[in-house]
Ligand binder design. Structure first.
Ligand SMILES: [Zn+2]
Length: 419
């Protein structure tokens, strides 16, 4: 082992300067021009216009591009990929795929998120018995390549989970995929089990489909109290107004999906600072879906009906003052790299009336803030992790093409994409 490393050489090797032609200020939703970012090891140590760069310094010239914090996908299921034409995807996963193959496949998907500019994901269940924790460890130690992961472990849910039609005598298999709660005491212990197993966030189902069962407000409240005791956020799958209202009453921090929410409930969410993660589908993905399932009947009308509902709910949420956080919920096989399909969530928000910089803020700063990480993630400032991407094109006037044109991805100071 070589111990006589010259410390000054070692230090200068660890310093990189990025020249950013345009720089997205995620906290203030502004584009700045001609900034320099100084990076030492895995952290940003200086950001400004007048930073002097030593002549022998390592420089990454991104002056022709828009530089921004790495994107955050707030709702993923890396360990799941269902085919549209498969009637029993859950049975395939639980009975035939097995944990080893499942996590290997998940690791390939993780890489595609990173390559598409998502340097962080929140993985919210559908990941077997804490396979998400295993993948996160493998990524953090460098065994496989992927984004930073904040993981929930199994979804905490009422009897039956999201598995429909299973014979009761086989119901034990469901506990490989979900943490089933049958009482307030179960709810309390579920959080302990999750924390012990390495969960970063708690994911619950306030309502459930296709099984039409739900947790009670008391059970959800017990989960929230316990999770907050351990400094963990709780986010709830909730698709209709009653489920959202009950989850917010129980004290959750985030609502996933929220397809139907009344103005009264949105006001309640805003008052309690509960974020909304709208997992909407973009028009290009709708068309892709129709192609895959061979759906020809009145496509436009069918799509418009869904998009109008998404848009109405998103606009009312913004008007009520609810914070919007990006989440793709991409677990379906759109016959393209999963990270690319996930990127479509940004397109969906634009179709529904959000402005490009608003969308990027929801995908960076606001998402990090939801996790109390806004000084380290989703932001380019002194002290933050060096999670930095660059895109080629015009963010303001050609958003939907530009965000797919990722030319540079750095995570934790390491470069993964450089075109
Ligand atoms: Zn989901």
């Amino acid at each position: 082992m070589l111990l006589s490393i010259n410390s000054s050489i070692a230090q200068s090797d660890d310093v990189t300067y990025i020249k950013a032609g345009r720089l997205f200020d995620s906290e203030n939703e502004k584009i700045l021009s001609n900034f320099i970012i100084k990076i030492e090891r895995n952290r940003i140590t200086e950001v400004g216009k007048n930073i002097s760069i030593p002549t022998d310094a390592k420089i990454i010239d991104l002056s022709g591009f828009t530089v921004m914090p790495g994107l955050i996908d707030g709702h993923t299921h890396l360990m799941t990929l269902d085919d549209f034409n498969n009637d029993q995807p859950m049975a395939d996963k639980l009975l035939f795929e097995g944990d080893a193959l499942r996590v290997l496949r998940g690791s390939k998907r993780a890489k595609s998120w990173l390559e598409n500019g998502f340097t962080t994901v929140r993985d919210l269940g559908d990941s077997g018995p804490f396979l998400d924790v295993a993948l996160k460890r493998a990524i953090n130690e460098g065994t496989v390549v992927g984004p930073r992961m904040f993981v929930s472990g199994p979804i905490i849910i009422s009897e039956g989970g999201q598995v429909a039609g299973l014979m009761n005598k086989y119901r034990d298999v469901i506990s490989d995929e979900y943490t089933i709660v049958r009482s307030v005491d179960d709810a309390i212990n579920a959080v302990r089990v999750h924390v012990n197993n390495g969960a970063d966030i708690i994911k619950i189902c306030a309502n459930n489909s296709p099984n039409n069962t739900s947790l009670t407000i008391d059970e959800m409240n017990a989960i929230v109290k316990m999770a907050h005791r351990y400094d963990k956020k709780v986010t709830a799958h909730a698709t209709n107004d009653l489920a959202v209202w009950e989850a917010v009453t129980a004290g959750v921090d985030g609502i996933e999906h929220g397809y139907q929410i009344s103005d009264t409930t949105l006001t309640f969410m805003a008052k309690k600072g509960v974020v909304l993660v709208p997992t909407d589908i973009s028009e290009p993905l709708f068309h892709k879906l129709y192609d895959i399932i061979d759906f020809e009947w009145d496509r436009e009308k069918n799509m418009k009906r869904a998009k109008d509902r998404y848009k109405d709910r998103l606009q009312r949420a913004i008007k009520a003052g609810v914070t919007i956080v990006t989440g793709s919920d991409n677990y379906l096989n759109f016959e393209m790299p999963q990270g690319e399909a996930a990127k479509n969530i940004l397109v969906a928000y634009q179709e529904e009336g959000m402005k490009p910089l608003q969308i990027l803020s929801s995908s960076t700063y606001l998402s990090a803030k939801f996790m109390d990480k806004e000084n380290e993630l989703g932001i380019i400032k002194k002290g933050a992790f060096a999670d930095i991407i660059a895109v080629k094109g015009d963010i303001d006037n050609d958003f939907s093409n530009t965000i797919f044109n990722v030319v540079f991805v750095m995570k934790n100071g390491e470069i993964y994409v450089e075109k």
